[in-house]
Write a protein that binds this ligand. Structure first.
Ligand SMILES: [Fe+2]
Length: 399
């Protein structure tokens, strides 16, 4: 028997929640409540925010119901409450937040039972948009939570998936050519995508070269040693001329063959210049990504690390580049701007308030990104100095 669309939505919501809870299960109450970094929320804020966002959209907006906890929602508004302030807010703490997550979920399933998903004129409900939004939101928050988990000492994941570590690397040229031509970038009108990916547009690109693989630690290390550039987050000298990687309280020798991760945009751009290359524009990146597969990619979080640079050589993008999706986000040269014809939906605070020259675009997702989140048109953005993201580098060069 196949599940009805509503049953399928309920199961996907449950699966997203299982993952969220699985990630925090090994943590103590103190670790959940603790502020580890001014640029990351305490995990307990993320949990309350996930529940509150679900209540706002699935219970209040489409169900027309009153909030369970009065005006609690204002403390979970991501725009009103910058990350550095979130530890001080009168938010629900561990012990209170789990019952709130459950109570909201119970009500959203009641509303799901009542709503009309077919033949609806409501753009929030058409094709289950609001449910896709909720799923993407929770999935994306688990990646943010994983950024913080990198700082938690003695964090031991409940479950891991080591398959990516066994992926063999293939041989190939350093760079591959993307032919000049007209390329469609952005998300098609049908199916779930964020407002900032639309409308799809035709872009004319000159021919360019792009690195076949993400930049490896060995290359970034040579750049750091030669120029004195800031090392990536979680790199530490071992005292004997070597380097250690220290995330999640592991202190292991840096693996030269793996993609560099936790670099800033400034670091990425400086590396590219040092290498005689440049960062690709996001349009170039998306053109190069055409034909890449999310199935053969290191995604979905449980790998807790990268595959070696050059892995998944059996599943390259059309241009021959590998690992365009998964492993590490890739900084692009592009500012986060609206596409021509952009229309904010369903709320300006998702993308529109971030447009401008403040943020740089990243593409492709990382090992910490859920598989359902990523697609070639997906645009992530952050400040150019930030290193907490699972962000690496792939360089380009004019042909
Ligand atoms: Fe959020």
């Amino acid at each position: 028997m196949t599940a009805s669309p509503k049953e399928a939505i309920a199961e996907r919501l449950a699966e997203a929640r299982r993952r969220t809870l699985e990630l925090i299960e090994p943590l103590s109450d103190e670790q959940l409540n603790r502020v580890y970094s001014p640029i990351l929320s305490p995990l307990v804020w993320d949990l309350g925010h996930i529940a509150n966002f679900e209540e706002l959209w699935l219970v209040r907006t489409i169900g027309g119901r009153e909030p369970l906890r009065g005006d609690l929602g204002r403390y979970y508004d991501a725009i009103e409450n910058p990350r550095r302030t979130r530890g001080e807010l009168p938010i629900l703490r561990s012990g209170e937040v789990q019952p709130y997550l459950e109570a909201v979920r119970e009500r959203s399933l009641e509303v799901l039972d009542e709503v009309e998903l077919d033949d609806t004129e409501d753009p929030l409900l058409r094709d289950g948009f609001v449910y896709e939004l909720l799923l993407a939101h929770e999935h994306q928050h688990t990646e943010t939570m994983l950024q913080l988990l990198q700082m938690v000492e003695s964090y031991e994941p409940l479950r891991t998936d080591p398959r990516h570590a066994r992926e063999a690397t293939g041989e190939g040229p350093e760079m591959v050519l993307v032919e000049a031509g007209s390329y469609e970038v952005g998300a098609p009108a049908a199916g779930f995508a964020y407002d900032n990916e639309r409308p799809a547009q035709e872009v004319e690109l000159d021919a360019f070269w792009i690195d076949r693989t993400p930049v490896a630690n060995r290359d970034y290390l040579a750049f750091v040693e030669e120029t004195g550039a800031e090392p990536p987050l979680y790199w530490e000298r071992d005292g004997g001329g070597g380097w250690l990687r220290t995330a999640m309280a592991e202190r292991v020798p840096l693996d030269p063959a793996h993609p560099v991760v936790h670099v800033s945009w400034h670091g990425a751009a400086a590396f590219a210049r040092w290498a005689g290359k440049r960062l690709p524009s996001e349009q170039e990146w998306e053109a190069a990504c055409a034909g890449a597969s999310t199935a053969r990619a290191n995604l979905d979080q449980l790998g807790f690390g990268t595959a070696p640079a050059g892995a998944y050589a059996d599943a390259p993008a059309g241009c021959g580049a590998v690992q365009m999706l998964g492993d590490v986000w890739e900084w692009t040269a592009s500012d986060f701007l609206a596409y021509p014809g952009f229309a904010a939906f369903p709320y300006p605070e998702y993308s529109e308030v971030f447009f401008g020259d403040t943020y740089k675009v990243l593409r492709g997702g990382a090992w910490a990104t859920r598989r359902d989140v990523i697609r070639p048109s997906f645009r992530n953005w952050d400040l150019p100095e930030r290193r907490q993201l699972f962000a690496g580098i792939r360089c380009a060069r004019d042909a």
